[in-house]
Design a protein around this ligand. Structure first.
Ligand SMILES: [Zn+2]
Length: 131
């Protein structure tokens, strides 16, 4: 009887490990979203004709704390990018926001723009801009 209970418990634990592993694989992949956020940066590059550099992409929890990122930052999910304009005067962060906001969430800061793949909205330095 004890052997049977131990066997059942072992099977249960193995099943739980398998489930956790499957969920982790699923979360790690999300290929469409990971590719999409980079695609939007490339799209902004093409439309604006300006050199843009991604200064922050995926972050670990520790990196996110170091840069004072919000607790539920989309950078933690590899679904956000911070972008800077390399050529001063080529375009503005506001214009990049106009290009991108119909497709993604855009937050315009002084000196960089944040984009992530949530439902589209445009925030100017933390203030929601209605259209
Ligand atoms: Zn960001």
């Amino acid at each position: 009887m004890n052997n049977l209970r131990a066997f059942v418990l072992l099977c249960y634990l193995a099943w739980m490990c398998l489930l956790v592993s499957m969920i982790n694989d699923l979360q790690a992949s999300e290929p469409s979203k990971i590719q999409a956020i980079d695609w939007y940066v490339e799209f902004a590059r093409e439309i604006s004709g300006c050199d843009l550099t991604v200064t922050s992409g995926y972050r670990t929890i520790e990196e996110n704390k170091r840069v004072h990122g919000v607790t539920k930052s989309y950078h933690l999910l590899n679904r956000a990018r911070d972008v800077v304009i390399d050529e001063p005067g080529c375009t503005t962060y506001e214009d990049l926001g106009e290009i991108l906001y119909p497709m993604v969430t855009v937050i315009i800061y002084t000196g960089h723009i944040h984009i992530d793949d949530r439902e589209h909205s445009l925030w100017l330095k933390g203030t929601y801009k209605t259209k």
